[in-house]
Ligand binder design. Sequence first.
Ligand SMILES: Cc1cc2nc3c(=O)[nH]c(=O)nc-3n(C[C@H](O)[C@H](O)[C@H](O)COP(=O)(O)OP(=O)(O)OC[C@H]3O[C@@H](n4cnc5c(N)ncnc54)[C@H](O)[C@@H]3O)c2cc1C
Ligand code: SF4
Length: 540
Amino acid sequence: MQRESMEYDVVIVGAGPAGLSAACKIKQLNSELSVCVLEKGSEVGAHILSGAVLEPRALEELFPNWMELGAPLTVKASIDEIYYLNSGSGALKIPSVFAPKTMHNDGNYIVSLGNLCRWLGQQAENLEVEIFPGFSAAELIIENDLVCGVITGDMGVGADGSQKDTYMQGMELRGKYTLFAEGCRGHLGKQLINKFKLDENKTPQHYGLGIKELWKVPAEQHQPGLVVHTAGWPLNESGTGGGGFLYHMEDQQVVVGLIADLSYSNPHVSPFDEFQRYKHHPKIKQHLIKGERVSYGARALVKGGLQALPKMHFPGGLLLGDNAGTLNAAKIKGVHCAMKSGIIAAETVVEAMTEEQSNAALHTLDTRFNASWLFKDLHQQRNFGPALHRWGTFLGSAYAFVDINIFGGKLPWTLKDSIADHQTLKTADLCEKIHYPKPDGTLSFDKLSSVYLSNTSHEEDQPCHLQLNNPDTPIELNLPRYDEPAQRYCPAGVYEVVNKKFQINAANCVHCKTCDIKDPAQNITWVPPEGGGGPNYPNM
Ligand SMILES: Cc1cc2nc3c(=O)[nH]c(=O)nc-3n(C[C@H](O)[C@H](O)[C@H](O)COP(=O)(O)OP(=O)(O)OC[C@H]3O[C@@H](n4cnc5c(N)ncnc54)[C@H](O)[C@@H]3O)c2cc1C
Ligand code: SF4
């Protein structure tokens, strides 16, 4: 049967800040161009999870009248607190003058990125962009080495691969140009990077896993505008990098989260349990204690910076936002970077369109990117991540202070981190086992009740979207060497070893992509499940 096919000037994969900013900017520059956006979540924002403190710079460029248009930026970041947690109860407040200036949040806003994306989606639709939620881009269309679009996933396929009554074949969406804005570790982005060797001469990409909860707290406990960042405990006990965040938003909402560097080496580490412990620190507990947990979720983030940033153009398309790796790790912010990369991508394809679809014109992306504030920021802060990996949080931060605050990022060297995150695990017998305390059901919780709050749902009768290259690797290699770390790094309890059998509870998956990144044998490939499946985050 011939596949259905639709043609557009530009096809965009992913309705996050990068994809939606690109869509809006293309239509602002040339309203005649036809643009569609595919989103795998059941609605725009359903799969979006971020902190988020937003630097509004790119939003101001895209919609200078964002306030008039009702963008959901209502709480200004007004107080910055930074702590080094030296134990489960001790804390050292870092005076503002000693904090890297990238950690200052004057002029920024505390937002729900999901809600900002919903608003951006509305602006895109007002500009006549067609948005298709509930449709994942499952495959690339590549003809004669030119990317010509994508194919959406089939619907109604049973777990055994048979076609059910509800079967609907995926559709071709063909574009003169295709923009890939799938976020961190996009599964098509990964294929494009390999196919076109976009990461040649780059260091391996680096990642963190962010686990976040949304709480509703009593009015007397609420301090809208307060931004708290922490380093140290509990991650430092296992030598894991990363840190925590806690932001007071509007409507008595507080978000709390922990980002664990996926370069950790102890296979007994469970980022989920580290996060549960984190909330018991007095500096964090005081904000949550009388509150109620409303939502839970997790998402990987990309943090390799400029040294790991692949080439962002290839014949027929561009890679944007976290799918490429534009996040600024020193600021722990990627939203404004993703939006700016979307704006730059839009300017590039609109110009390329006037040159009768010349792929050479896509190369102008480099010139635009190199001339932008995004490049300047990433270049200035290029040594932050590698310094922390090399010297740990305390000394690494001290180095970053000198490099960024004193020398403005102009020191004449670039630190590199050439070990990929999946290569860092030591064998289980060499590492101390970690005995995590039982959750108390008030501040800390178990995985299952947490996943319940992510509202994740998947059609049960469908092929497993967590594909194993070799089904024997988990038991034959990972179990004896690393006590199968997937049981612990997955924040949704998808992977279990029961009676020496590896079990995948795919329905629990919250699409964080950690398994695709951290599996030491690189044996797990995340592919999109049936469209619309996955978490349904309210305002994460
Ligand atoms: C815990 C955490 C805290 C963070 N805190 C902050 C912060 O405080 N400030 C800040 O600025 N940044 C923060 N970030 C980073 C920020 O969230 C990202 O940099 C930003 O969201 C990247 O935008 P994006 O558009 O590239 O990707 P995403 O926001 O990930 O959006 C990608 C979209 O594409 C969709 N998609 C993916 N694959 C497909 C497919 N194949 N087909 C169809 N749709 C697809 C996804 O469902 C999603 O909606 C944080 C991130 C995390 C995880
Ligand atoms: S299965 Fe993989 S992508 Fe899904 S929640 Fe677990 S680690 Fe994340």
